[in-house]
Ligand binder design. Sequence first.
Ligand code: GL4
Length: 803
Amino acid sequence: MGTYLATSYTIRDRLLQLWNDTQEYYKKEKVKQVCYISIEFLMGRFLQNAIINLNLEENYKKALAGMGYALEEIYEEELDPALGNGGLGRLAACFLDTLATHNYPAWGYGLRYNYGLFKQSIGTDGEQLEKTDIWLDKPYPFMVENHFIRIPIGFCGTVEDYVDPNTKETKEESNRSIWKPSEYVIAQANDILIPGYGTDNTNTLRLWSARAVEELDFEKFSFGDFKGASEQRLNAENLTNVLYPNDNEAEGKELRFKQQYFLVAATLYDIIRRLKEQKRPLEELPDFSAIQLNDTHPTLAIPELMRILVDQEMIEWDKAWEITQKTFSYTNHTILPEALERWPVKLITKLLPRHMQIIEMINWKFLEKNSQVGQNNKSKELRSKLSIIENSWDTLVRMAWLGCIGSHKVNGVSPIHSNIIKDQLFSHFSSIWPKKFVNVTNGVTPRRWLHACNPKLSDLITSTLESDDWIYDLSHLSKLREFADNEDFQLKWAAIKQYNKKKLQRFVKEQFGLDIGVHDVIYDVQIKRIHEYKRQLMNILSHVYNYLQIKKMTEEEKKQLEKKVVIIAGKAAPGYKAAKMIIKLINRVSKVINNDPEIGDLLKVIYIPNYSVTIAELLIPATDVSEHISTPGTEASGTSNMKFVLNGAITLGTYDGANLEIIENIGEENVFTFGIKASEVSQVKQNNIEKGAWNLMPKSLQGVLGIIEEGKFGDPEEFRMILQELKGVDRYILGNDFTSYLQAQKVINETWKNPEKWWKMSIIGCAGSGWASSDRTIKDYAETIWDIKPCPLPKIESNSQLN
Ligand code: GL4
């Protein structure tokens, strides 16, 4: 730990200086900035990334080796802060890397949770166990508490009429009121410095933590009431204690709502403070900063900005609304109904009474303008579709509606997803504002996801292209296509895969005591959150089928088979019963298969617990086949699919999310595709409902379910819920896709027998992944939504001295 800390502090020193220079320069230049608000930032380890970005890896390696230390080992000592659940938070982290690398004046804003996403382990029964992640227990040198930035955030209280101090009159048409919160919590800024690759520009990720206004009630303390004395502090700190562990599912807890408001209120205060520092009026906010709302979690920023502008800054409503719409843009990341946030009006009224009034006013004005007030059914129907307020089991505020109405641009994250948003989820809005809805396809940073995690492949690419320009501009990879058939290049490419597989093999041996092969073994990997729509269940059921087939084979037949190691990893939200059952089933199946002497090394199934960014960095470079097998129309984009192709894994995928972009860019002949298209899904679902999924299910799958029900993997009661779902409605249409999934696996096995073909596909995949860089994504956002430009720090004395 000591060496890690010492190394990290030297890097931090350097970054602090660059960061100061950068911030001063942005101020001086008065450039427009972007603020990216996200309830999650899944950053991964910091040290290696910073050393690489500062172009110091060789120097540090040498210097440390001289003292008897290996830099790689020091990297391994770092914790991996889990301040996000999955793709949404990791995307935000990739964006920060790109923004700094390409010199964009940018801020990330999020929360500094005391406890990150729970740590997962697997119990003896195969079940998921959860433990609190107390990451702040260990020193974390890359986050700096900024003592100058502390902001009071109000909650609850009352709303009073605004009285004009001159005329002593209240004016209803001003829409102005005075909110008197009854509680305050302090937002404390904690800054993480974000270095760019090959540039001095260093940006900020500002994470807010909650503190009490009064740390200790001294009076209570003096009278011996020690518990009461700290009550306020504990209540306040509770606000940013935990990251809610849901991905693609809304969490209806009051505390979560408070977190969301806390995040946006502190952030807006901070942005406006910087605007005022420049002595610029609030009318200039849209020219000063673009604010991107990463999904609906920060959409309370819309009524909060309206409150600041109308109630505090005395700007007239319509003007304030214009400023608000021009400032914000909103990204939708999912269309799953259970993930679309809706908060009860009652709850908002209690916690943020003034904001509820503002939301109602926004809604009223919007409906007045955009729907006829007629009483016929059609106009009523349109009104209820458009309304931010929904009357269902309760009166609810639809946060996605608020995001659409209050932003000038709304984007989806892949073409198929953006089309679904425009034509289905928000069709009623897109007919009002056709130009508001745009697509910005996700991307990943090539620095972390190729250059750093797969150094050997990075070197091979650089030497082959005779330049490392691809690290900044990934489109250069296209030149690799020329080498796809080159025998010598293929051998080098394959050798690197072997090397990465050996690393993973060692890890598996150390962690699980399990021996897996490397040569002639297909590493087939599915790593992501466990969710029914992602269909890990289909994956494991297919291997139960394969297992049963192998058991029926003669020794001669077995010799013809390809060996496979199936690796699955991912966490399930602790309250998500079906997902937890799937984890249990995977582990039970794994136990049976791995211990069956008749199977030997033909098939192994490994579940890797506690999936994290760091584990992804180990697994992705070692993968031959990567699975992205969601039901078409459900995965908004997926981003690990991009990381895998970039590292030479071949995709086994459905026609969904960004898989479609992979297919388009590298050709379907270089992807193992299967299953139906999104346009066919509703018909299949309808058939399932009408005829019963069991009756439509292929015999192969029926047989597999039969074996589970016989108790081959333990008491079938433990899997009742997921089995019933499959036999009943099968919402994610596993039954329908099962046969073509098995067929795709056969094609994979056949292709594996032909190494020239395999490595050619693998190389073409990487060569065709230039589009998958988050550098391209951010350029799209900067040009089409944010209207911001790079602002590179000139190489002045104080900076160049550092290099
Ligand atoms: C997600 C989507 O599920 C995922 O497809 C997408 O890649 C990611 C980033 O846009 O956002 N939405 C939610 S919610 N969690 C995700 O990972």
